[in-house]
Write a protein that binds this ligand. Structure first.
Ligand code: PMV
Length: 329
């Protein structure tokens, strides 16, 4: 079998070398049914499918310029060439760019820093789109998603707006593991971020995921959880059934964290405030307010609610950062 990455590269169109800049934007996304665990670490093939909502104007904007040497600035600050961020991004670009091209990159995150959402998903999705702009390509959307997936799994979903499903696929070369748009943004649906800590994570998501798959006996139950949750969440998005969506998304996130806590050494992202906020969410629900929580690989919560209850949710969580999901202007 041809190497799967070489196969993907063979599908890229000829590069237009007359342009010397490329520019793009990609939104961040929050998974409602999470991706947790790879079946192939090099190709970033997931064990299960997942489903997310894109964060509209909150994401990454990038400009690439042909240059003498590779360089990167993040929100205006130069990033050192020996840093992990620099090396990871350029190793990814090397899979796609002309080997002779050096690039100066300006990357801007439009996600509020305090939201602790500076996500790799929007950055890798944006890098693919910016290369597309540089080389005057118009890639088939599935190939765009597959390329972004090679940077970071969740980036496969960030090449689209609205509600997006990433199909796990079953082929060893990953050509059937790509994301597709499921539905546009639902105007009444709301997401808010409750920041508990902006400190760097004690364990990165790549390591945490691998450790869970390798050492957590509970991980065996995770594909069954997704098998139950994914179709329910998909249906709830299509039907605008907020309660089913909220309940299933919260259960899914808590089950994901349970598998991590069950690994060894344990991965415990929660801080005392994380638990306190979860208890508040549960108390408010018992009092009749439809608000749900989801959490990614970190201590911060994302609250899910609808426009109808926005004022009540904000009154109870005054530090909530509301995320406008309307697509990029
Ligand atoms: O794509 P990665 O390696 O950053 O992993 C993302 C993992 C979660 O955010 C926890 C879940 C998800 O589906 O986005």
């Amino acid at each position: 079998m041809t190497d799967p990455i070489q196969h993907i590269q063979s599908l890229l169109p000829p590069r237009n070398t007359r342009r010397d800049t490329g520019e793009a934007y990609a939104p961040a996304n929050i998974a409602l049914c999470k991706y947790w665990g790879k079946r192939d670490t090099r190709l970033k093939l997931p064990v299960t499918g997942s489903l997310s909502v894109s964060l509209g104007a909150h994401g990454t904007r990038m400009t690439l310029r042909r240059a003498e040497a590779d360089a990167l600035t993040l929100n205006g600050e130069a990033v050192a060439p020996d840093s992990r961020t620099f090396r990871r991004l350029f190793a990814f670009l090397d899979l796609i760019r002309d080997p002779a091209h050096r690039l100066a990159i300006e990357s801007h995150n439009t996600i509020p820093i305090a939201a602790g959402l500076a996500s790799s998903a929007s950055a890798f999705a944006c890098a693919v789109k910016a290369l597309e702009s540089l080389y005057a390509w118009n890639l088939p959307p599935q190939l765009r998603s597959i390329l972004a997936r090679l940077g970071s799994g969740s980036a496969s979903r960030s090449v689209f707006e609205g509600f997006v499903e990433w199909h796990a696929g079953s082929s060893p070369d990953g050509m059937d593991s790509f994301a597709e748009p499921l539905a546009p943004v639902w105007p009444e649906f709301r997401i808010g971020i409750l920041t508990v800590s902006e400190a760097p994570k004690p364990v990165g998501s790549t390591e945490a995921m691998e450790r869970t798959v390798r050492t957590a006996p509970l991980y065996e139950a995770w594909p069954k959880q997704v098998e139950h949750d994914l179709p329910r969440i998909r249906r709830a998005v299509l039907d605008h059934d907020f309660i089913t969506l909220g309940e299933t998304a919260e259960h899914n996130a808590l089950a994901m964290h349970a598998t991590m806590i069950g690994s060894w050494p344990p991965v415990i992202y929660w801080l005392p405030e994380t638990t306190a906020h979860l208890h508040s969410v549960h108390r408010l629900r018992a009092e009749g307010l439809p608000v749900f929580a989801t959490l990614d690989a970190g201590p911060n919560l994302k609250l899910l609610y609808t426009a109808e209850h926005e004022a009540d949710v904000l009154r109870n969580f005054p530090m909530l950062i509301q995320i406008d999901q309307n697509p990029t202007p």
